[in-house]
Design a protein. Structure first.
Length: 339
């Protein structure tokens, strides 16, 4: 993603990015503490709020663009991250539109998903080969247990199947990630460590600084517990990057563009997975697409009691030295207000 000074200055002046960072900070922190699949939030019932003005924005130029122009821009990338807030249906509709649009433009794709843990790949292979149906995939991949909001992704999976786009499971085993969050990498069992990539780089001051700020959202958060939680996040990022890099470097991945479906905390600012992909595949072209929250997120009452607002000022963007993403979908805030 681009990090030219002109881009940063334009983003730093715009209040919508500051508001977006503050509003999604609570969910980002809770996801790190609790695990993405454990966050239970609700959102507005309307799937596509057509009565609210919306537009795509090119962060480099600071200009609006339409979907077809966005697709033209994304075609130059080998990896396209569609960073979501997991529980907002609008985000999944936009992801489906991008996947379908790229396929319509003749781009050879792989759909790479955080929502599936690596051991689900054989089940996904059978689904890709049309040997099983979606309901069987859900059972075989234990999705009711491992990603409770899996129905939000059914349209994407069916689009991939119709368009003959292979689906790749990216994620580490949840139990292993939770063990790291309690005991750090050094404390997990040999069997658990063998499931993870050999190379896991946890020395990442910029990413850790962002995580520290975001984790301050949790009322009971103990700063001394940050390191294990951060190592768990990095282990997840490294696993997803390693699996994707291995696939793209294989005969099956040759000539394919990866559309990565992941939480925005795994790709925002180019940290997390994109930085690790760049290390594993030097020179790889990557683009990050983010979707605004715009009042469509609702925390549960229990999560609201655990959380507090975290201010992420524009000065913090200067510390990071890079914009949150390359392209944004912005929609007018919901009139009912946010969390």
């Amino acid at each position: 993603m681009s990090s030219k000074p002109m881009t940063r200055l334009r983003l730093e002046r715009s209040p919508m990015f500051a508001a977006a960072s503050i509003r999604h900070g609570s969910l980002w922190g809770l996801m790190l503490l609790l695990g993405a699949a454990c966050v239970t939030v609700t959102c507005s019932a309307q799937m596509t709020p057509t009565d609210r003005p919306a537009l795509w924005v090119d962060a480099l130029r600071g200009e609006p663009l339409d979907l077809e122009q966005l697709l033209d821009e994304l075609q130059v990338a080998r990896v396209v991250y569609l960073g979501e807030i997991h529980s907002i249906p609008r985000h999944h509709e936009l992801q489906s539109a991008i996947l379908e649009g790229l396929a319509r433009h003749g781009v050879r794709l792989v759909l790479a998903m955080e929502q599936f843990e690596y051991f689900a790949q054989p089940a996904l292979d059978r689904f890709n080969a049309r040997s099983t149906e979606l309901n069987q995939l859900v059972v075989e991949a234990e999705m009711d247990k491992r990603w409770r909001g899996h129905t939000d992704y059914h349209a994407l999976l069916l689009t991939a199947r119709t368009r003959q786009i292979p689906v790749l499971a990216l994620n580490a085993r949840a139990e292993t990630i939770r063990a790291i969050g309690r005991q750090r990498l050094a404390g997990i069992t040999a069997e658990q460590r063998a499931e993870l990539p050999l190379e896991i780089v946890t020395t990442d001051p910029l990413y850790e600084r962002l995580a520290t700020r975001m984790l301050g959202v949790h009322m009971a958060f103990d700063p001394q517990k940050l390191r294990p939680i951060f190592e768990a996040q990095v282990a997840r990022d490294e696993t997803m990057a390693a699996r994707l890099a291995e696939f793209l470097s294989s005969a099956s991945g040759e000539g394919r563009t990866a559309v990565v479906i992941c939480g925005r905390g795994h790709c925002e600012f180019g940290l997390g997975m994109p930085d690790r992909m760049a290390r594993r595949m030097p020179g790889v072209t990557q683009r990050i697409v983010l979707f605004s929250e715009s009042g469509d997120l609702r925390l549960s009452e229990a999560e609201r009691k655990q959380a507090r607002e975290v201010e992420v000022p524009h000065e913090f963007l200067r510390e990071l030295g890079r914009p949150p993403g390359d392209f944004f979908h912005i929609i007018e805030p919901a009139t009912s207000g946010g969390d």
